[in-house]
Design a protein around this ligand. Structure first.
Ligand SMILES: NC(=O)c1ccc[n+]([C@@H]2O[C@H](COP(=O)([O-])OP(=O)(O)OC[C@H]3O[C@@H](n4cnc5c(N)ncnc54)[C@H](O)[C@@H]3O)[C@@H](O)[C@H]2O)c1
Length: 346
């Protein structure tokens, strides 16, 4: 088990990674409202609970209001806790509710998917979808404690597990060549969820993400944008499929497409696209829209690019890997990007 402390702004954040780490929830001093995925059993005591019918459709205002009603009727105060137990969707919706109730109550994230452990559970961003726009409403709000209980992974379907590894590969490609190589050379044991190896990649992902978050908590210094590699096109694909593509798979295809765009425009070294393709394919992650086996509405996908948060005027700022482990950002005129993304959609 590993325990790491980070300081983000004025906040102390503790992250615990390992088997049996979830026992820590019982040590919290205060009332606890559990917001949990319907897929996981609850090992903790709690004062009230809300079970989320999770998945992308759960990131809506109705769920936020229901959680707030439960907090109010349980008499939750500012020194009490919301404990979010589930994948990225549960933590997004619970984090948003926790951040606006009484201008913020204690938040503990207990991710139960690998994607939640390596990405969604930390960093302080939360969001819900609104009127077909992904992550339109959200806040920055740091959880004080994050518990990556690896035992939760035992019930996670293999496809979900592999899907979550796309975000680990993202850190490897953009920030950490050693992690890229580790993912490559430990493929068999990671695929079969050797927990010691899984703990290592959760730890390395945590270090990579928290370093970036520490440098640019509010995403206004142009550093945190690196975490969005693959997400401009990924979000467009999610929108074009009416959010039926799992996030990690959309990001996987997004990383390939964005790297191709960057290579085409001469923004990255030759060979980067092959390196991106190699590791994603090793894990059986999708590298083309075709492999997603879901209908993607081209018009909606291209329109989603217009609404991208990284758009400034007629240009979109995109992070891309120059070579494995190093990244840069470059500006692409929206129309050029749309033209090149059309090729990825074919
Ligand atoms: N806020 C952030 O910084 C951030 C970062 C990355 C992703 N996200 C968001 O996270 C979401 C994706 O997260 P996700 O991939 O965890 O999706 P998810 O929450 O939909 O979970 C995936 C599936 O796994 C099931 N599940 C969860 N835990 C399980 C377990 N232990 N055993 C069996 N089944 C389990 C869920 O019921 C669901 O069907 C997206 O909405 C994305 O936008 C947010």
């Amino acid at each position: 088990m590993r325990e790491i402390a980070y300081k983000i702004g004025q906040r102390e954040i503790k992250i615990v990674i390992g088997v049996k780490s979830s026992a820590l929830v019982d040590q919290l001093k205060g009332r606890k409202i559990l917001i949990r995925s319907k897929r996981v059993e609850m090992p903790f005591d709690f004062d009230a609970e809300y079970v989320v019918d999770d998945g992308e459709g759960a990131k809506n205002l109705e769920n936020v209001l229901e959680i707030i009603r439960i907090m109010k009727s349980a008499g939750l105060g500012r020194s009490d806790f919301v404990v979010a137990v589930g994948g990225g969707t549960v933590m997004d919706v619970a984090g948003f509710a926790a951040s606006i109730y009484m201008r913020g109550v204690g938040l503990v994230n207990v991710p139960t998917t690998i994607l939640g452990m390596v990405d969604a559970g930390m960093g302080g961003k939360n969001a819900i979808n609104f009127e077909g726009v992904k992550n339109l409403l959200g806040t920055f709000y740091q959880p004080g404690l994050i518990i990556d209980e690896l035992n939760f992974l035992s019930t996670l379907p293999q496809d979900e597990y592999i899907t979550g590894l796309a975000e680990v590969i993202k850190y490897g490609i953009t920030l950490d060549k050693d992690l890229y190589d580790y993912m490559s050379s430990n493929f068999e044991s990671l695929k079969s969820r050797d927990l010691a190896k899984v703990e290592e990649i959760v730890y390395r992902s945590t270090e990579n993400k928290m370093k970036i978050v520490g440098e640019d908590e509010l995403d206004n210094k142009g550093i945190r944008i690196v975490l969005n590699y693959g997400h401009t096109v990924g979000h467009a694909l999610e929108a074009g499929s009416n959010f039926s593509i799992p996030h990690g798979k959309a990001v996987s295809v997004g990383m390939v497409c964005e790297s191709k765009v960057a290579e085409e425009l001469g923004a990255v070294e030759e060979g980067v696209v092959e390196d991106v393709l190699w590791l994603l394919q090793l894990y059986g992650l999708p590298i083309s829209v075709d492999q997603l086996k879901v209908k993607v509405d081209r018009h909606i996908a291209l329109n989603a690019l217009v609404g991208d948060k990284k758009r400034v005027g007629g240009e979109i700022l995109m992070p891309v890997p120059v070579r494995i482990g190093e990244w840069t950002k470059f500006k692409v005129p929206l129309e050029t990007l749309q033209g090149l993304v059309v090729q990825c959609l074919e």
